[in-house]
Each structure stands twice: as C-alpha cells, then as structure tokens.
Design a protein around this ligand. Sequence first.
Ligand SMILES: [Mg+2]
Length: 431
Amino acid sequence: MTTLTSAPITAIETHDIRFPTSLELDGSDAMNPDPDYSAAYVVLRAGEHEGHGFAFTIGRGNDVQTAAIRALEPYVLGRTTDDLGALYREMTHDSQLRWLGPEKGVMHMAISAVVNALWDLRAKQEGKPLWLLLSELSPEEIVSLVDFRYLTDALTPDEALAILRAAEPSRSERAALLRERGYPAYSTSPGWLGYGDDKLRRLCKEACQDGFTQIKLKVGADLDDDVRRMRIAREACGDDVRIAIDANQRWDVDTAISWVRALAEFDPWWVEEPTSPDDVLGHAAIARGIAPLRVATGEHVQNRVVFKQLLQADALSYLQLDAARVGGVNENIAILLLAAKFGVPVCPHAGGVGLCELVQHLAMFDYVAVSGSMEDRVIEYVDHLHEHFVDPVVIDRGAYRAPLAPGFSSTMRPESIREYSYPDGPVWASS
Ligand SMILES: [Mg+2]
C-alpha cells in the first residue's frame, strides 16, 4: 500500500436527516408509496479534513440506522485512512456485530456509511475525486481492498489481478475521454407511480429533450394502468429511446413473467427487481421466462455473495450495484470485479438522497480501471435533492460530468443538515 501519514480520526458525529418527499409522491413506486427520503449520516473528523458518508433509508427506521453507525465508533476513533482494506475487514468481521447480519441489513449498511466516509476522507486528504484516486491505485493495491472470502469459486485474487492488469495500460486514455464526454445517464424522474398521465407525458418529453436516451417507469401495481402508462411513454419518447420498467420487488415469479409479457409490445429495455432481491433462482426463472427481454437487479442485493450467485445462475443481464447498501467502496470493488469476470454490464442504482453523488465515482472507476467499457452502461439519474450537497452531480446532455472536487461528493450542506434533522430540525418541528 501507499504509505501515507494521514491524521488520525478524533471524532465521529451522526445525524438523522429526513426529507418530507412523501408530500409530492416523488419516489413513489409499487412497494413504497410514500417515502420520506432520509440519510443516516456520519461525519469523521481528522485534523483539517472531514469524511462524510451515509446510509440511505426512506424514513421510519432512520434512527435505528443511525444507532447502528454509532456502534462502529470504536473502529474508527484513533485510526487513519492508511489501510482501508484492513479496516473494512475488521469492521465486517466483528464477531459480535456480525451476528446482526451476517453482512446484510442495518449493520452492513452502517458499515457502508462508515467505509464510504473513510474513503471520502482519504480522497480529500489526497486532494482527488474518489474515482481518480481509485483509478490510480495499482492492481495489487485494488485487490488488497477486496474481501475474497466466499468468492473464490467464482473469482480468485489472481483472476482479479488479471482483469485489472489488462485495463491498466489504457487507463489514462479512458480517464481523458471521461473528462471530455462524461458517463451516460438515464432518467427515472418521469416514471414515479404516483404521477398522473399528463405529468408522465410531459416529463417523458422533457427527458428526451434533455438528451437522455433511456428513461424508466415504475410498474407493478395495476396491469391496465401499466399498459396505459407504457403506451403514453412510448408515444412521448418514440421508438429510439430505451424505456426500462421497475417493479420494486412486487411480483411472485409466475406473475412477473406474465406481467412482463403483457408489456412486451412496448419493448421494455429491462425489467428491474421483478421479485424478492434474495430469490436468486426466482430471478433466473424470470430471466428464462421473459427472454429475450432482460432482467436487471441489485439495489437491494445485500452483499457480494448474492451477486456472485445471480451471476453464476445467469439470473441478470444488468447489474445494479448500490453505493450505500453493501459494505461500501470495498465490497463494491469486489462486485465490479465479479461483473467484469462474468461480462455483465453494471448500470448502478441511484436516486434517493445522495446516491447519484456517490455512485458516479464507482461507475467511472469501473470504466477507467476495471471493465474498461461504457458500452451498454448507464448510471441512473433522478433530479431530486442534489441542492443539499456541496458538490452536487452535474448532468450535461444526458451524461454525468466527471467530478473534479476532492472527495466522494458525499458532503451535505451544513444548513441542510440543520434544517432537516429529525425530529428537531425546523422542517419537522413545525409540521
Ligand atoms: Mg429500482
């Protein structure tokens, strides 16, 4: 590892931050009709720098998530960012906290928040955006960040090294292209389930005019409604725009197959989260049942082991990793390497609060140093709540611009933290 002499972490601070998004039905889908987008937020202080990270939740339970982050305090106080592979493994394998998972759920999301805050801190200490920092590590350093436990039947450290070494000679060309053109995005903003037909039509047209070549519609509550909404979207966008559909885990396996077939005339690009995120064999059956239409999943996949199985079972055509659900940057590097090994494009999940800000760095790192490809790859984009961040994403003609500011783009504005703190911030105290 690079030898750094970074300042030790002297304080950890947590905040329960909630945005009342349910008032406008932003974010509404077939399983989550009234989300209040929230962040269980953590700040690590080390000398002149701070590292910011968070777990995304949709309201109730954000206090539980925040408490889980606090349980990790002993792991970070007094520590530095010099060896984040070791620190990540120590937290993940805490013999008592591990019982609450293992490697899944609230405790694992807490690890994600802390690991991501550590990477934000390190990127700020080194004065680089995270995607660039990761892309400049040697293949050996990158491999040392991964926990290969449970993976070696599908991916060994030597295979991971070979993938990274193959991409290494042309990294700088791709980094230059990325700075010039950005990374393609698709828009979920038009298709929330709670929006009426006129709003859907208008937002579809606006997305196409803004340069997006793919949009996404929430489906799964009522088939007649979905047929009508898909027809509206297809008419508004024309035949050249990809329209993905997202059921947010609504269906049983057989229902998923028949429902998607009923929408096939509108040529959906992928069907996302058709059933339980834990049901590997169910996803595989759906993939077979709807072929040549494609399955996408991943935003609720709890860890690298389930991703491994989905890939081994040919259960997905697009892998949708989430920046803040699995164990943060480190586990997502494992997942990017798995996807590259199996040749499956990664199209990250984003939206919520701050997830676009985070995940752009992982997709860009993948392009520069892992898969080396942008083909058939898009990052989800939702146009909500970016104003609360110090370095919000920049979308230009349907593409994410490569972030240039040091860090992980995860720092929320102090006034937003104050205003939306739950339950005592002015937004909640007055409601
Ligand atoms: Mg989704």
